[in-house]
Design a protein around this ligand. Sequence first.
Ligand SMILES: *Cc1c(COP(=O)(O)O)cnc(C)c1O
Length: 520
Amino acid sequence: MSTGDPVDKDPLYLDYAATTPVDPAVVQAMAGCLTLEGDFGNAASATHVFGRRAAARVETARLQVATLIGAEPDEVTFTSGATESNNLVLLGLARSNADRGRHLITTRIEHKAVLDPCKRLEKEGFVVTYLTPDRVGRIDPDAVRAALRPDTVLVSIMYVNNEIGVMQDIGAIGALCRARGVAFHTDAAQGAGKVPLNLRTLPVDFLSFTAHKIYGPKGVGALYVRRGSRPLLQPVAFGGGQERGMRPGTLPTHQIVGFGLACEIAGERLDADQARLMGLRDRLWNGLAALGGTHLNGEGAPRVPGILNVSFEGVEGESLVTGLPGLAVATGSACNSASGEPSYVLRALGRDTQLAQSSLRFSVGRFTTESDVDFALEAVRDAVARLRAMSPAGLDAWGAGALGVGGSSAATGAAGASEGPTLIKGEAGGPGQEAWVRFHLAVDGGIVKDARFQAYGCPHTMQVASWLTRQLPGRTREQGIPGTPAGWAEALSVPVEKLGRLLVVEDALQACLGRWPRGA
Ligand SMILES: *Cc1c(COP(=O)(O)O)cnc(C)c1O
């Protein structure tokens, strides 16, 4: 890529749930709306042909977008994407109905583009109920029913979860909301254009989606507003009155035209793409399941074809991603998130912190082939085998095999002085902290014979712990810890601002040394 090294190849893209490349036909259509020869006009300029042409292009696109979801064109409001659509409906509806009620219902596994506006509303005095899914990620419609209150004004539950691909029963949830006269919104950014969606029959009042998850450009999306539900909403921005004043601002013709064509193509290909992607996803899962110690997140629940989320026992997600330079995938590990927390979605499913950390999300798409899947499988197989061999389970085998120790634990041989090796464990960090590290040392005759580690945390933590396991063999108890965190940081070019992260590594090693029995 940018390294200038001619042999550097881009990794294989398996992150279609994060965003998709734009379809070449869409690029072409967009390019036709930019230059003087094209339809570059301002759709609001009704006085001349440039404006009228742009307006016609926008209305064609509106029809294409509406058709994909079974809506009427005047039910589509263009926005900058699903984040804005979610904000518009959550803030716009809650604020304009505050005199009727100040309670909303959503789930713990929503995208941040729903959770953060909810947090904002809580600051403004609204009350939000966050429903917890079951172990496979499904929200029970009965739990929604039970959470409804006389002052509930909106229920917002996503159609398809972006991390695990699990689909919610929005038909049943929408129906019970309707029966109680409560508005229902769904974030369908991962559903629209990927699975069938027909708003003529689905009891949904508001629906958010976006172009860049379906081979359209970034920066454009839509909010579907059912005709009868329009009065419930007030705008969050004010300006030139475009989009019936609900979302003012000059319409980005090229973005909207690209979105429209992307929707049309997605609709045409939907059935064939679904079947193909499901085949690829299942091929990938069958291969991963054969590795053993793998858990399919969302197993048994209805899921979209393109997303596969897997937790790997005995390896840490961040080191797995680092160990897979040939694949572009997402992980649930803490480092991957701005918050420094492991995936809140997997935690909400009841996965412990460690399994949540050790997860990878593979998402396949229009340009993924069967041989891509096989390539990915081989890469993951190698990386998992390598990382598991480095893990303490391998050390136990080493101790038992090479030195004749069976089923050893912390204090084996401590009483009998130098009769065989002693395995020592020491750890630091853990729940509620950024990282957790445990060292395992095999000591014999007063020196470290072998060292292994287990950890979760940021790549720097992993890198330093791994490096230390190579420095430790041959050292005595009295020599103590090899160097200092500052020295490790320098040796491994860890940025100074990350130095604090290494303290947990030092603490874990200190704990180990503290448990090294005299004479072992
Ligand atoms: C991608 C995504 C969003 C955000 O969409 P943008 O168009 O990038 O703002 C919101 N919700 C879900 C479920 C998503 O997957």
